[in-house]
Design a protein around this ligand. Sequence first.
Ligand SMILES: NC(=O)c1ccc[n+]([C@@H]2O[C@H](COP(=O)([O-])OP(=O)(O)OC[C@H]3O[C@@H](n4cnc5c(N)ncnc54)[C@H](OP(=O)(O)O)[C@@H]3O)[C@@H](O)[C@H]2O)c1
Length: 288
Amino acid sequence: MSKELAGKIALVTGGNSGIGLETARGLAARGAKVTIAARDRAKGQVAVEDVQKSTGNADVELLVLDLADLASVRSAAATFRASHAQLHILVNNAGLVLSEKRLTKDVFEATFGTNHLGHFLFTYELLSLLKASAPARIVNLSSDAHRQSKGLDFADLMRERKAYSTIEAYADSKLANVLFTLELSRRLEGSGVTAYAVHPGVVATGFARDGDTAGWMEWLIRLGSPFLLTPAKGALTSLYCATAPELATVSGRYYAKSREKEPTKYGKDAAAAQKLWEVSEKLVGIAA
Ligand SMILES: NC(=O)c1ccc[n+]([C@@H]2O[C@H](COP(=O)([O-])OP(=O)(O)OC[C@H]3O[C@@H](n4cnc5c(N)ncnc54)[C@H](OP(=O)(O)O)[C@@H]3O)[C@@H](O)[C@H]2O)c1
């Protein structure tokens, strides 16, 4: 274990598998105290022990967090705040793609509800802690799939008026991650808290294989498997954004292969980013 991140406190959502697990491992290997947030306690506990053993860092713990349930999001953030005086690195990594339309506990379309709204509220609830810990960083896992989005349809964010499309729902949720990053950077200017959106590459993880998707999409993923990155390589851009000294004063940008990359014009739309924040506040019930 190195001492590069000694004294730093990090939290990774969806840290029990895939890119999130390797991100948590990478942070723990650099000496950070790491919280793995997972929706399933048993899976999360296995990940905690795995990271502790492989890194020799005992400072790894579990936080139960279901991003598809706002009560769970609020309670997980409160639990974390109650037991930690600081948070230096928040990696909003969890995500899903759904072949059929589903709803979250709070009756949001589940892709947008989990990938964006859950992380929006979780981050919001941890903002004071991040600011008090500055310099601090927020890393949001997006995807080059955001390029398939033609902008958010604010009149129908829950897809009640259109036929459900897996790709469109996922692409919109990943565009929301880019816009959230942009608006975070605007709102956090001068606070010492910076935000980054990440495309991890195309990575061989459990993503889209656990019953959330079926049929042609699973087939496509299996077909591409020999060309996919390992989860450890898929975690490199998240780790770069979480730690690189040269990014200390940069915020609101999009990264792939540990380099800045242009998002689409929809991902640079500052008015849409501001609107998404305001609409998200209302949806999750944050008082103005
Ligand atoms: N794999 C790729 O090629 C790729 C490409 C571009 C972007 N990404 C992004 O990378 C991120 C990580 O994906 P991955 O490839 O590592 O997939 P993964 O192995 O399926 O990991 C996804 C993680 O998200 C968690 N999660 C799903 N729904 C949740 C909820 N309601 N509450 C809390 N956690 C939840 C999963 O928990 P469970 O284990 O309990 O299901 C899992 O830990 C995602 O945001 C994805 O959009 C991946």
